[in-house]
Design a protein around this ligand. Structure first.
Ligand code: PAF
Length: 269
């Protein structure tokens, strides 16, 4: 595995590979890799000749009171995990390389970002869309692999690719979970033992919601109440949102139509 930190060098390498007829898959990450990320790298290996994993804690997607400074970082560990999972190139740029002095361009995707994570974290998806567009232009991939865990992010990226005519197939890979159902996440290291135990309620509530839909419940208010009631069984937890929506548009109809795909999204503290 080769580590590249200069965008220009990564671009030249990617261009040369494309000229040789190689297919490239990119796996954008903020590092502190876990099995969720390595499953994306393995997916890239299946699809393409070359896998580029990117490692960049993107400052523009963190709000002023968020965890940018303390976001976990461990390059040596990431190097090993990325290499073992089958990465060919690890793109690991510095902040100044990605946001050169006086950068002026920010991508804003409207509509799909108005609710849920976009509402709770103003500007977050501008940062995500901007960095992902930069990473696409630098790594020149045929495939871009993202995890389903950050569901709204996957819709934002699909919209970005569609609107800006990126010639890239966006591939969404399933969430990888711990044995008790908690989704693997770099931020799980923040949890105390007690919080870690409580966090499983997210999976339990999601499972309840799915069960209700399978039983034929289609009223959004009832589905949301099912999630809220389950989470409220733990009084220490504060709910940011626990909601159902149309899985393609994130619209929130009173009643989901037969055959309409429903997504459940939960953020708790
Ligand atoms: O999902 C993430 O880790 C980040 O949002 C991404 C896509 C790497 C952009 O910084």
């Amino acid at each position: 595995m080769r580590v590249i930190s200069k965008p220009g060098e990564m671009q030249s390498v990617a261009l040369a590979l494309r000229n040789e007829g190689k297919k490239i898959a990119v796996v954008p990450t903020m590092g502190y890799l876990h099995e969720g990320h390595t499953s994306l790298i393995k997916k890239g290996r299946e699809l393409a000749d070359i896998v580029v994993t990117t490692l960049f804690v993107n400052p523009t997607q963190f709000g002023p009171n968020e965890d940018y400074e303390k976001y976990p970082r461990d390059f040596a560990r990431d190097f090993e995990l990325a290499e073992d999972a089958g990465t060919d190139f690890l793109f690991n740029p510095a902040n100044e390389e990605m946001y050169s002095n006086g950068y002026k361009s920010i991508i804003n995707i409207s509509g799909i970002t108005d609710r849920f994570e976009g509402e709770s974290r103003p500007g977050h998806f501008d940062g995500v869309a901007t960095i992902v567009a930069k990473l696409f232009n630098i790594t020149k991939p045929h495939y871009a692999i993202f995890g389903q865990k950050d569901y709204q992010q996957t819709l934002v990226i699909k919209q970005l690719v569609n609107d800006l005519f990126f010639d890239i197939s966006v591939v969404i890979s399933p969430t990888i979970r711990e044995s008790d159902g908690l989704a693997k996440s770099s931020r799980n290291v923040y949890l105390s033992d007690e919080e870690r135990k409580r966090a499983v309620i997210i999976y339990t509530a999601l499972s309840d919601g799915i069960h209700e839909v399978q039983k034929g419940e289609s009223r959004r208010k009832i589905l949301n109440a099912v999630l809220h009631n389950r989470i409220r069984t733990i009084p220490e937890i504060r709910i940011d949102y626990a909601s159902s929506a149309n899985a393609d548009t994130l619209d929130e109809p009173d009643v989901f139509l037969p055959g309409e795909r429903v997504i459940f999204m939960i953020i708790i503290f």
